[in-house]
Design a protein around this ligand. Structure first.
Ligand code: FES
Length: 172
């Protein structure tokens, strides 16, 4: 069985830039597996994000075609669920808490020094795709303020002047 999708030039270009030449075949296989199943969209998007790393509009259009859906319905799902992302994400996700308890204890200084060190603004990913910097509102550990979470590691009572040192183990 074939997937009847028109591959746009933008989609082709994206795969080329990301050096993901086999991605189209992998996504086609997933579309074939799921296209007749109810509720296919979310698992297809999850698999596709695992392959490409994110779901920009050209990828959403490809999935929409493959599942016979409108691009707007795919966009609706991608933008609704926080586990989907339309922009590239880093290998490591840094979350800096800016809730009240953390803010008053230096959360914004921590954020600024990480921004400077990584040369990215919150919500963005470094060029080498090593780190994504995020700002969050309360991580539920206010007693440890100020708090930074990197991947699954929680750092409490972070010294704002030494926040960049937290990154060291993640460069390897
Ligand atoms: S305000 Fe930072 S953990 Fe609650």
């Amino acid at each position: 069985m074939q997937v009847e999708t028109q591959v746009s030039e933008a989609f082709r270009q994206l795969l080329e830039e990301e050096k993901l030449n086999s991605a189209q075949r992998q996504i086609d296989d997933i579309l074939i597996d799921y296209r007749s199943k109810p509720g296919a969209l979310i698992p297809v998007l999850q698999h596709t994000q695992n392959i490409i790393g994110y779901l920009p509009p050209v990828v959403q259009e490809y999935v929409a075609q493959g599942l016979n859906l409108s691009p707007s319905s795919v966009y609706g799902v991608v933008s609704f669920y926080s586990f989907f992302t339309m922009v590239p994400r880093g290998k490591h996700i840094i979350r800096v808490c800016m809730g009240t308890a953390c803010y008053v204890k230096g959360g914004s200084i921590i954020c600024k020094s990480l921004q400077k060190k990584l040369a990215v603004s919150p919500g963005r990913t470094t060029k080498d795709r090593q780190f994504t910097l995020e700002v969050v509102r309360c991580l539920g550990a206010c007693g440890l303020a100020p708090v930074v979470v990197i991947d699954d590691d929680t750092y409490g009572q972070v010294d704002p002047g030494k926040a960049v040192e937290l990154l060291e183990p993640y460069y390897k």
